[in-house]
Write a protein that binds this ligand. Structure first.
Ligand SMILES: *[C@@H]1O[C@H](CO)[C@@H](O)[C@H](O)[C@H]1NC(C)=O
Ligand SMILES: *[C@@H]1O[C@H](CO)[C@@H](O)[C@H](O)[C@H]1NC(C)=O
Ligand SMILES: *[C@@H]1O[C@H](CO)[C@@H](O)[C@H](O)[C@H]1NC(C)=O
Ligand SMILES: *[C@@H]1O[C@H](CO)[C@@H](O)[C@H](O)[C@H]1NC(C)=O
Ligand SMILES: *[C@@H]1O[C@H](CO)[C@@H](O)[C@H](O)[C@H]1NC(C)=O
Length: 372
């Protein structure tokens, strides 16, 4: 998604969608419910992603700004932040979701690394970690949620986050120095303490490798499938058997190349890693017990509010040709509407899922999108 450097508000709309007739291919949307904007007091945010955490939902967002008392947006920018919410209410009584941000405005969720322009480098009010004195910035933009590998008692959650190390001038990529692995942990129940994050392995994936785990991920039958973007904006996949290996151990990984799983890490330019019919663009993959298949929900291009669905019997495919199942109205600003199609935990029994949409400030029609 482009145009992340403009200052705008990330109004989030949650639409609950119920798919009917799962045996039909492609699935058909039976009903959608508009839950209205997420209530995110005092914050203006871009591209939030959501994950089932413990008994709540963790939202991790990109560029976050403060909404000042007079309603204007502050100049200072935090590259990524996190909040908690509860679960969406029943579609028969849709209520807005309230996000809580107990850490207040300021702290990063994923810290910048030492080689990514430390704080205080340029002296004006938009300077900060990741912002360099020459006007370039390291982005610190998570593309997807942390991957939860373990949920324990008393709020204990272990997860991993993959973050691209990328420096931009405007939207031009100057440096891509790989993808780092972060550990994300919660040791307390409830919404009062945002999970802690530590950078665990710098450049876990090198600049010549796919950033597996950065685009989306799913765990099914104890195997973690980690997807990353290819140079032509499709997906490639790697897997880790969590009963025998670990996300942080490179030796645990297998890669899908030329139709088979192999232990040797392919180059990101290897044409054999590309999964036909997939797209890197703002998508989520999950496993649907109801349909007994892997499901991808995502967008096509920026800016619009078109949502597509594709299914596959296995994580590596074959993926069906994506079918558009939803199209929302867009606004008329520089950032009219962007699909943040991050399906929250789907309800396997009812085939229900939630997507959210992002648009700019002041809100255009997208913000008042009616889901029908
Ligand atoms: C809102 O308040 C900020 C900070 O005090 C100020 O810089 C800005 O000009 C104000 N905006 C409006 C529209 O009054
Ligand atoms: C980033 O790219 C610039 C020019 O493309 C180069 O001079 C610089 O050394 C690179 N920095 C890093 C950290 O890779
Ligand atoms: C996969 O196939 C392509 C095209 O035939 C080839 O260039 C590439 O080396 C193969 N990759 C591996 C890891 O065997
Ligand atoms: C999806 O995959 C099928 C089977 O490989 C192929 O026929 C079709 O052209 C693909 N569609 C797209 C959009 O790539
Ligand atoms: C953009 O959309 C808003 C809301 O519908 C409308 O009030 C405004 O006139 C439109 N602006 C332009 C330039 O079309």
């Amino acid at each position: 998604m482009a145009a992340r450097l403009v200052q705008y508000s990330a109004a989030l709309i949650v639409c609950g969608m119920v798919f009917a007739s799962p045996s039909l291919s492609p699935p058909v949307v039976a009903k959608t419910t508009n839950y209205g904007d997420l209530i995110d007091p005092g914050l203006n945010r871009d591209s939030c992603t959501s994950a089932l955490w413990n008994k709540n939902v963790l939202w991790v967002c990109r560029d976050t700004q403060q909404v000042l008392k007079n309603g204007s947006i502050g100049h200072h920018l935090v590259a990524n932040t996190a909040s908690f919410s509860g679960f969406p209410s029943s579609p028969s009584h849709p209520k807005q979701l309230l996000l809580s941000s107990p850490q207040g405005y300021g702290p990063l969720f994923y810290a910048f690394e030492k080689d990514e322009c430390s704080a205080g480098g340029c002296g004006d009010n938009v300077c900060g970690p990741g912002i360099c004195g020459d006007g370039t910035r390291w982005v610190g933009w998570p593309d997807t949620t942390p991957l939860v590998v373990k949920r324990g008692l008393f709020g204990w959650v272990d997860a991993y986050g993959f973050m691209a190390k990328q420096r931009l001038r405007g939207l031009e990529v100057l440096n891509s120095t790989g993808n780092s692995l972060f550990k994300v942990t919660s040791r307390f129940p409830g919404e009062n303490i945002i999970p802690s994050t530590t950078m665990h392995i710098d450049a876990f994936w090198s600049p010549t490798e796919v950033g597996y785990g950065t685009a989306c991920h799913v765990i099914h039958d104890g195997i973690a499938y980690l997807y990353g973007g290819t140079p032509n904006a499709k997906l490639a996949v790697a897997r880790v058997d969590l009963s025998r290996g670990s996300i942080e151990d490179r030796k645990s990984y297998e890669f899908y190349v030329n139709g088979t799983w192999t232990r040797k890490t392919p180059l990101f330019t290897d044409p054999g890693i590309i999964l036909p019919n997939t797209s890197q663009k703002q998508g989520t993959i999950y496993y649907s017990p109801k349909w007994q298949s892997f499901v991808w929900i995502g967008g096509d291009s920026f800016p619009d509010a078109n949502a597509y669905i594709s299914t596959a019997p296995k994580a590596e495919g074959p993926w069906s040709t994506p079918q558009q199942f939803y199209s929302g109205a867009v606004g008329n600003g520089t950032l009219p509407c962007v699909l943040g199609a991050r399906a929250s935990q789907p309800d396997g029994r009812y085939g229900r899922l939630y997507i959210h949409l992002v648009d700019e400030d002041p809100p255009g029609p997208c913000n008042r999108l009616r889901c029908v």
